[in-house]
Ligand binder design. Structure first.
Ligand code: NZQ
Ligand code: ZN
Length: 386
């Protein structure tokens, strides 16, 4: 295990009756807030009305930035920064899924930056300061509610890139599983795959002596395997939604990665596909993950694949390569049972774009650490997944 410093400061309010506490929580940081949300869902589920009532009763004034789309755009970030500056807003309240939260985070950081916020994502500038961020989560998937990452799309450059800083961790997040009862089958499944993928990106690692991190990881994988199908069959099943929501936060708040190094190449590859084709993040991950696994399986990575196959999928096949391959097939089958497609061509990805995408994915250098991938490796994975 590597040395580390542990800090996960986001205060979590988990459950159905917690929202009443949001007024005093906001007031610790602000009297004027920017309310950021997506298209329609928060109004449909009655959350918008509830929150406006709380804000008014707590004498908190607010401006709204609405219509944040999945794969959130840098153009909305720029709009949000202008609103915050024009009205001296002091906290960003994100109400929605990962896209809304990521947009809120980029606005919070851009507020203190005198040039274009895209600089954070193109690695021209580092995030050093940000307005406080609060979250009301409505979709279990990204872990953005408890981490310091933001992923933003730029349609002009056809890029989707991440930026990270400890100052982007939300000060508080309200997690009410019943808010996710209305999430569609597609987004529920994509969310489960995203959670599962976050765990795999940290589980598949060559650092030795990380027994405790691996056991925590396996518990979250098993949670997805158990509750993903139940949430699809019974959207209002509270235990299923609750376990998935907490799994979302625990999978990517840092807990699994302290003391080791994550891989993240599947995420780098998927983000570029989403940038070009506006694909749902979890759908892209479901397609790519088994192909990435097949490509990186070799003598050096074999022990981890065998561990995964035996611990998570209870595979007792004696031959180690055969067991590893069975584990990969089980993973593919799990994603397919959730309704996810198997190939990139099924979601409209064209062969002619792959070379350019592989170039962009590796433009900051090779990706991955479990097995480092150069441009040609990435291209091979994309071609296999087509
Ligand atoms: O716009 P509305 O009407 O709100 O609809 C949304 C949206 O269409 C809908 N939705 C959300 N809550 C709902 C609901 N529908 C019904 N009932 C509810 N309660 O769901 C759709 C998808 O929302 P989105 O926020 O895009 O989904 P998700 O949470 O999966 O976020 C995906 C984004 O997060 C990024 C992804 O790349 C993608 O851009 N990620 C962020 C990470 C981070 N910050 O740590 C890490 C991840 O790996 C990921 O890259
Ligand atoms: Zn993800």
């Amino acid at each position: 295990m590597l040395d580390f410093e542990y800090s996960i400061p986001t205060k979590i309010f988990f459950g159905q009756k917690k929202i009443g506490k949001i007024g005093p929580e906001i007031k610790k940081y602000a009297a004027r807030v920017l309310l950021v949300y997506g298209k329609v869902s928060i109004k449909k589920i009655g959350l918008y009305d509830k929150l406006i009532k709380v804000l008014k009763n707590s004498n908190i004034t607010y401006k709204e930035l609405t219509g944040i789309k999945p794969n959130p755009r840098i153009t909305n970030v720029r709009k949000g920064i202008k609103l915050c500056r024009a009205h001296s807003l002091e906290l960003i309240l994100a109400v929605g899924g990962g896209s809304v939260i990521d947009c809120a985070k980029a606005i919070a950081a851009g507020f203190y930056y005198n040039s274009d916020p895209w600089d954070f994502f193109s690695k021209k500038a580092q995030i050093e300061k940000a307005l406080p961020i609060g979250v009301v989560l409505t979709l279990a998937a990204t872990g953005s509610e408890m981490n310091g990452f933001s992923v933003i799309s730029n349609q002009e450059t056809q890029e989707k890139l991440a930026a990270g800083s400890e100052v982007l961790r939300p000060r508080f997040s309200f997690l009410d599983p019943s808010c996710t009862f209305t999430v569609s089958k597609k987004h529920t499944a994509a969310g489960v795959v995203d959670i599962y993928s976050h765990v795999l990106e940290q589980y598949f690692c060559l650092t030795e002596g990380t027994f405790i991190q691996d056991k925590l990881a396996e518990a979250i994988l098993e949670t997805c395997i158990k509750y993903g199908p139940i949430a699809l069959r019974e959207p209002k099943n509270y235990p299923a939604r609750a376990n998935l929501m907490w799994a979302s936060s625990l999978a990517l708040n840092g807990l699994l990665t302290y003391g080791k190094i994550g891989d993240w190449s599947t995420h780098y590859i998927e983000h570029q596909i989403s940038a070009v084709y506006d694909l749902t993040h979890g759908v892209g991950l479901a397609i790519l993950t088994p192909y990435w696994m097949e490509y990186v399986l070799d003598k050096k990575t074999l022990p981890k694949f065998v561990e995964y196959a035996r611990k998570v999928w209870s595979i007792d096949e004696a031959d180690e390569f055969a067991a590893a391959k069975e584990g990969i097939e089980k993973t593919r089958d799990f994603f397919n049972r959730l309704g996810m497609p198997k190939t990139l061509s099924e979601v409209g990805v064209e062969d002619k774009r792959l070379v350019d995408m592989a170039k962009k994915i590796t433009s900051f250098g090779p990706v991955g650490s479990f097995r480092e991938l150069k441009e040609q490796d990435v291209l091979k994975i994309l071609k296999a997944a087509l």
